[in-house]
Design a protein around this ligand. Structure first.
Ligand code: GLA
Ligand code: GLA
Length: 740
C-alpha cells in the first residue's frame, strides 16, 4: 500500500486517533491509477455472459469491481454446504484481465435458511413485530446468533481469498443501517441497557439525562430503561431517550462492522477495509465522523438530485466526505450513470451529466469512480436502475459515455491527479449528525427544521458568492479556519461552546444562525434566554438574548407567511430579504453589538418584531461573531455572504482577464466565480484546477495558467489561454506546484 503524498490541508490535524489510511492497489504495473468500475453481480447471469462482461469492461477501461455484495446464499446454499467455485472462477477471470476485486464480506443479505432456522435474528419494528425476511439487511446487529453466522462467513472468505493477488480490498457489508438502522428487538433492548449503563454509570445519571421527572418516568434500575417502542397513538417519545437510541443504533452497527472487519483482518491483515457510507444532503443515517476513524479508506455512495441544485448538492455532500478523508483522496463506491428506480419519478441525467458527475467527484477529491452497477439487472427490484451496460447493450449512448469516462479518468491518472489532495477553503460550515437527528424530533417548535438542508443552503450561498466552503464535522478541530458557520447546529455541548468562544477570542469569525445552540447533548434546553449554549456563553459571544421563537409556515388563514428584513444605517445589503420559517425575538445586549438588519413592515409589527434585530455582529475578543436570527433562502444567504462576509468573486460573469499591467508570462489563475465550481487538487509537484459550469450558459474562462488535461464539453480558444466551458462541462488544467 502506498503512503499518502503530502498535501497541505488544515484538515490533516483535525482528528483524534484513527487508523492510518491505506489505498487499495490496482493490478497495474505500479498498482496505481484512478479506480474505475462498479458493483458487479455476476451471480445474476449465466456464466457465458461473464466473458462478455470482461470484454466490455476492458473496452471501457474498468479496472476494479465490487464483488459478491449480496451473494451469501450462493456461497453457503445450506448451513453445511459451501460453494466458492463460481466466485473462484470469476475472480480469476477478472484478475487475469487486470481488474482488481473489492471483495464483499457478503453479509448485507442473509440466506433464507438462516431465517428459517433462527427467526430470532430478524429485527423488530417499533410495534414489536418481526421484520419479514426477503429483502436486504433483515438482521439485527445485536443478535449474537447472527453475528456468529456472519463471522463464520467472513473467516471463510478471508481464508479462501486473503492471499489472492486479485483481491485488493475488502468491502464490508453494504450501506450499514440502510434497512436495519432502528431495531426494537429484545436483543436490542438488552444491548441498549448495557450501553446506557456504560455511558451513564448510575441510574440517577440516566434519569437526569433523560429528564424522567417529566411525566413521572423515573427509573429505579437499568432494567427499566426502554428502547422507544410504540407507546400508543399520539404518544410522544422522550427526545433525550430517542437521541440516545439514535446514538446506540449507530454504535451497534459500527461495532458490528468492526467485529466483521477484525475477523477478516486476523486472517488477512494486509488489505485495506472500507464500507460504503451514504452521504448525501437528504440523508443522515450514521455519524460518519466516528465511522471514518475505522476504515482504511473512506468510500461513499452518492445519488444525484435533479434540477438546478444537481452539481451544488453533489459538491456539498462530497465536501463532507472529503473532510472525513482529511483532505486525502476517497472512493465513490456507488453513483448512477443515469436514472435510479427507487423514486416516485426517476429522471434521467441531462446532457453531459453522466460524465460530468463523475468528474465532479474527482474535482472534489475522489480517486475512485464506481457505479451501481455494472450490467443492468434483467429482473428484480432494481431492473430499471441505470447501469454501466444498459439493457440495450453496448451499442448505446450510455455505454459510449462510460467508455469516454474511462478514457478521461485514465488521462487524469496519467497526468498525476491520483493521490493529490483537495485544497482546503478558509471557511468551514460545521456538520453534526446529532443535530440532524435532533431536528427530526417531533417535539420542537417547528418540524420543518433540517440541519443538513441548512448546511446545503449555506454551501450554495458560498458558491453563489464565488467561494467554496468546506464542510467539517463539529467534533473535529476546525480552529485553523478563518470563518466558521453553524447552521441549525441545534445541539451544542458546553465543551463545544467553549471551543467556539475560544476560537472567536483568538480572532476567528463565527456565524451562528437561528436554531443553533438551543440544546445540550442530553436534549435539555439551555436556560436564561436563547441561544443559551454553554450556560449563556454563546449569548455573550453573540451579544443577543432571545425570549421566544416566532414560527411561520403553518398556513393559517389570514396570518402572514413571511416577514421582511431591512438593512440598518447605511447598509441596504439585506433589504427585502425574506424569512418564512423561524425568527428569534432577540434583544441586543452588549456594548459592541452592531445591528445589521431588522424585521420591518406590517407583518413584523403584527408579531411584535418590527425593529427587532435580525442580523447582528459582535466584536468578541480579537474576533467577531455574527448572529442570524431567522431562516433565509439561498439567494438571501448569498447576499449576506457576499455583503457582510465580504466574500466576493474575483469577477462576476467573466472570470479574470489579465490586465495589461500583469505579466503575460505569468497569468493569474482565475479564482472561483458564481458561474463555475472551481476546485484545486494539489500534489507535491503539481496543481490541478478543475472548473465546472454551474448554470445553463457557456462560461468563458480567461487567464488560466497551465496545460489542459481534460476538456469535456469545453474548448480552448485560438489565443491559447481562453476556454469556453459549456453547460455541464469540465475543464481540468495542470500547472507546476509553485511551492517547489
Ligand atoms: C394537555 C395535557 C397537558 C399538556 C398539554 C400541552 O392538555 O393535559 O399535560 O400536555 O396538553 O398542550
Ligand atoms: C444502494 C445500494 C445498491 C443499490 C443502489 C441503488 O446504494 O447499495 O445495492 O441498491 O442503492 O441506487
Amino acid at each position: 500500500m502506498k503512503p499518502w503524498p503530502h498535501c497541505q490541508s488544515p484538515r490533516e490535524e483535525t482528528v483524534r486517533a484513527r487508523r492510518d489510511f491505506a489505498w487499495p492497489k490496482l493490478l497495474t504495473a505500479d498498482g496505481r491509477g484512478i479506480a474505475f468500475g462498479g458493483d458487479y453481480n455476476p451471480d445474476q447471469w449465466p456464466e457465458d455472459v461473464w466473458d462478455d462482461d470482461i470484454r466490455l469492461m476492458t473496452q471501457a477501461g474498468v479496472n476494479t469491481v465490487a464483488l459478491a455484495i449480496f451473494s451469501w446464499d450462493r456461497l453457503q446454499p445450506t448451513e453445511d454446504h459451501w460453494d466458492f467455485g463460481w466466485l473462484d472462477r470469476i475472480i480469476d477471470k477478472l484478475g487475469k484481465a487486470g481488474i482488481a476485486v473489492d471483495l464483499a464480506s457478503a453479509t448485507a443479505t442473509a440466506p433464507l435458511w438462516l431465517y428459517e432456522n433462527h427467526p430470532e435474528v430478524l429485527p423488530r419494528d417499533k410495534y414489536g413485530h418481526p421484520v419479514n425476511a426477503g429483502s436486504r439487511q433483515s438482521w439485527s446487529p445485536t443478535s449474537p446468533v447472527f453475528k456468529e453466522y456472519a463471522l463464520t462467513l467472513c473467516r471463510k472468505l478471508a481464508e479462501r481469498y486473503g492471499a489472492n493477488p486479485y483481491v485488493t480490498a475488502w468491502h464490508m457489508g453494504n450501506e450499514y443501517g440502510w434497512n436495519n438502522r432502528d431495531d426494537y428487538s429484545d436483543n436490542a433492548l438488552e444491548a441498549f441497557r448495557a450501553w446506557c449503563r456504560r455511558k451513564y454509570g448510575t441510574i440517577d445519571a440516566l434519569n437526569q439525562a433523560w429528564g424522567t421527572t417529566f411525566w413521572g418516568q423515573e427509573m429505579t434500575g437499568f432494567d427499566e430503561a426502554f428502547i422507544p417502542r410504540f407507546m400508543g397513538a399520539d404518544s410522544m417519545v422522550n427526545p433525550g431517550q430517542k437521541l440516545d437510541f439514535e446514538r446506540f443504533g449507530n454504535d451497534m452497527l459500527l461495532d458490528f462492522y468492526k467485529t466483521e472487519r477484525d475477523a477478516i483482518a486476523e486472517i488477512c491483515p494486509d488489505r485495506p477495509f472500507t464500507t460504503n457510507f451514504m452521504i448525501s444532503t437528504d440523508q443522515c443515517c450514521m455519524d460518519y465522523a466516528a465511522w471514518a476513524e475505522e476504515v482504511d479508506f473512506v468510500s461513499n455512495d452518492h445519488y444525484f438530485h435533479e434540477g438546478e441544485s444537481h452539481l451544488d448538492e453533489l459538491a456539498c455532500s462530497d465536501a463532507l466526505v472529503d473532510s472525513l478523508a482529511l483532505g486525502k483522496p476517497w472512493y465513490v463506491m456507488e453513483h448512477s450513470t443515469s436514472a435510479v428506480q427507487w423514486k416516485p419519478l426517476n429522471t434521467r441525467k441531462c446532457k453531459g451529466e453522466t460524465v460530468r458527475d463523475s468528474l465532479a467527484h474527482v474535482a472534489m477529491g475522489a480517486d475512485a469512480i464506481n457505479f451501481f452497477q455494472w450490467r443492468a439487472s434483467a429482473f428484480g427490484a432494481e431492473a430499471f436502475h441505470s447501469a454501466m451496460v444498459p439493457h440495450a447493450g453496448e451499442d448505446t449512448k450510455l455505454f459510449r459515455q462510460v467508455c469516454e469516462l474511462g478514457a478521461t479518468l485514465r488521462a487524469l491518472a496519467d497526468a498525476g491527479v491520483q493521490g493529490s489532495g483537495l485544497a482546503a477553503s478558509d471557511t468551514a460550515i460545521l456538520f453534526s449528525a446529532e443535530s440532524e437527528w435532533a431536528t427530526r424530533s417531533e417535539t420542537l417548535p417547528s418540524m420543518k427544521l433540517s440541519h443538513w438542508h441548512d448546511v446545503r443552503d449555506w454551501y450554495r450561498a458560498f458558491l453563489n458568492a464565488g467561494a467554496r466552503a468546506d464542510i467539517v464535522p463539529l467534533a473535529y478541530d476546525w480552529s485553523s479556519y478563518k470563518t466558521i458557520v453553524l447552521p441549525t447546529v441545534l445541539i451544542l455541548s458546553d465543551a463545544d461552546t467553549r471551543r467556539l468562544a475560544g476560537f472567536v477570542q483568538a480572532g476567528g469569525r463565527v456565524v451562528v444562525d437561528y436554531a443553533t445552540g438551543l440544546l445540550d447533548e442530553r436534549f435539555h434546553t439551555w436556560l436564561g434566554g436563547y441561544p443559551g449554549a454553554g450556560d449563556g456563553l454563546l449569548r455573550s459571544m453573540l451579544g443577543v438574548r432571545g425570549e421566544e421563537f416566532n414560527i411561520l409556515g403553518a398556513g393559517a388563514e389570514g396570518e402572514p407567511n413571511e416577514i421582511r428584513l431591512t438593512g440598518t444605517g447605511d447598509s441596504s445589503t439585506m433589504d427585502g430579504a425574506v424569512t418564512r420559517l423561524w425568527q428569534n425575538d432577540v434583544t441586543v445586549a452588549g456594548p459592541h453589538v452592531q445591528v445589521l438588519a431588522t424585521y420591518a413592515g406590517e407583518e413584523a409589527d403584527e408579531w411584535e418584531l418590527d425593529g427587532t434585530a435580525a442580523l447582528t455582529r459582535n466584536a468578541y475578543g480579537a474576533g467577531e461573531a455574527y448572529f442570524l436570527g431567522c431562516d433565509l433562502g439561498v439567494s438571501d444567504l448569498t447576499r449576506f455572504v457576499s455583503g457582510w462576509l465580504a466574500v466576493q468573486p474575483q469577477s462576476s460573469r467573466q472570470p479574470q482577464v489579465n490586465s495589461q499591467s500583469q505579466s503575460s508570462r505569468q497569468p493569474q489563475v482565475v479564482g472561483a466565480t458564481p458561474d463555475v465550481l472551481h476546485t484545486v487538487r494539489q500534489s507535491d509537484d503539481a496543481i490541478f484546477d478543475f472548473y465546472l459550469t454551474r448554470g445553463r450558459s457557456d462560461v468563458e474562462l480567461r487567464g488560466i495558467a497551465g496545460e489542459p488535461i481534460v476538456l469535456f464539453r469545453a474548448e480552448r480558444g485560438s489565443d491559447g489561454g481562453a476556454y469556453t466551458v459549456h453547460r455541464n462541462g469540465v475543464l481540468v488544467v495542470k500547472r507546476p506546484n509553485p511551492s517547489l
